[in-house]
Design a protein around this ligand. Structure first.
Ligand code: HEM
Length: 408
């Protein structure tokens, strides 16, 4: 090797050494404290430098310590401990909030008992998963009450339509006599009509609140639907108390003639004779009407009114927390759907289903033929003088002829 080539080799090694050392320095200057930072995505660099220029340090919490969750105590870390390995990762805090932990707010507990609680604790309602109460309520309402309740109502409407299509209106078999029996006194009709009108207002507004977004919103759009539902919600709030009061009056007005009797068993066993065409004799109200009275008016009535008044925040002394409202809403939803299903049948029989029934509700009177064909035992008692044919002072004053044109 000559001198010139030796010098050339030395120069080359020096140059390489300088390059390697320079590279090493520059790498060590950029090397982060943790291996995690080495994985920092390059794309984040301009962002970081921009933020740094503004004095704000940003960091990707997934990059600070990507293997932090391999620590066996990872899941038990509090927010401070988590912050050390993954700054900005507030999962422990949010887990606590979601677990129903109470914090502090300046609202007095007497006014807002759960004001310090942001997210309700875990609960499992029938039909929901074990989850935070708000979500559990949402699951019960949206996965069960709305789809199954809506389906039940549609099935009942369809069944009534098919029944009407197949059977038509139940007509009187005999000719009318023109002699009238007072079926409902003015007080009974006033209570019944008030209750019926309030019921229809509540049912229509309630159906729009619960199901309207599926069949009205797509037609009229969000703005109109918003105003429409807001209006109906106020109708619902005002009709509710009216319904409650008239329901109590209806209950005490009609209880006397709704006590079960032994003839009700025969009526039930034969389904009222609805399919045989021979109506089973009954007293003033038949067993079907008595079921509506006890289960619908009393049973469901109490549940619907009580839950409705809770939703209206009208029950004094009750503490209105979110869970109170969620439970009241679920109970109200189920009971009102059952009530609507039951009363749809009742309304059908009182209007287009049976000739003469609606005019009894309108005028208070029925023809003797109607009484004999539909409530034979009641008719027999009237004929035997056990029950007066005219009960109200008005009807007595008119000698029962108050409305000889009252048949329909
Ligand atoms: C005393 C009687 C009643 C009161 C005080 C009452 C009150 C209420 C209240 C405050 C709501 C909540 C409305 C909202 O979301 O802002 C509601 C919902 C509802 N009500 Fe009533 N209500 C009563 C009777 C009825 C009756 C008789 C029916 C049916 C015939 C009915 C059907 C409904 C329905 C379907 C909902 C919607 C439930 C839902 O969206 O989950 N309510 N009611």
């Amino acid at each position: 090797m000559n001198r010139a080539s030796v010098m050339k080799q030395i120069k080359t090694h020096l140059l390489m050494g300088t390059l390697v050392l320079g590279a090493a320095f520059s790498v060590s200057a950029q090397t982060p404290a943790t291996p995690a930072a080495a994985a920092e995505p390059k794309a984040a660099a301009p962002e970081a430098s921009k933020a740094g220029a503004l004095g704000v340090q940003s960091a990707n919490i997934f990059s600070i310590a990507p293997d932090a969750n391999t620590d066996p105590k990872y899941a038990d870390q509090n927010n401070g401990e988590r912050d050390k390995v993954q700054p900005g990762n507030n999962a422990p805090m949010w887990r606590q909030v979601g677990a129903g932990v109470n914090g502090y707010t300046s609202l007095p507990a007497s006014v807002a008992p759960e004001a310090g609680n942001l997210i309700q604790p875990f609960v499992q309602y029938p039909g929901s998963k074990l989850t935070t109460a708000g979500e559990a309520w949402r699951q019960v309402r949206n996965n069960w009450i709305i789809p199954y309740g809506g389906s039940l109502l549609l099935i009942v409407v369809l069944a009534i339509a098919l029944f009407y299509y197949g059977k038509g209106t139940m007509k009187l078999h005999g000719a009318e006599t023109g002699r009238k029996i007072e079926r409902f006194t003015p007080l009974e009709r006033a209570a019944h009509w008030t209750n019926a009108i309030a019921f229809v207002l509540l049912a229509v507004s309630g159906v729009v609140i619960a199901f309207g977004k599926y069949f009205i919103l797509p037609v009229i759009g969000t703005t109109l639907f918003g105003y429409f539902t807001y209006f109906l919600k106020n109708v619902h709030n005002f009709a509710g108390p009216l319904f409650a009061v008239s329901l109590i009056i209806v209950f005490f007005t009609f209880i006397k003639d709704n006590w079960p009797s032994k003839e009700d068993i025969t009526w039930m066993l034969k389904g009222g004779g609805m399919f045989s065409g021979h109506e089973v004799p009954s007293h003033r109200f038949n067993a079907g009407e008595k079921v509506v009275f006890w289960l619908g008016v009393l049973g469901l009535g109490v549940i619907v009114v009580a839950s409705g008044l809770v939703l209206d925040m009208l029950i004094p002394g009750l503490i209105y927390e979110r869970s109170t409202m969620q439970i009241a809403n679920m109970i109200h939803g189920v009971a009102t759907v059952l009530m609507m299903a039951m009363f749809l049948g009742h309304i059908y029989m009182g209007t287009i289903g049976m000739q003469g029934a609606y005019s009894a509700m309108r005028t208070g009177y029925v023809d003797e033929t109607w009484a004999k064909e539909h409530h034979e035992l009641w008719y027999n008692d009237i004929k035997a003088g056990k029950i007066p044919a005219q009960r109200s002072p008005e009807a007595v004053a008119h000698g029962g002829a108050a409305s000889t044109s009252a048949s329909a």
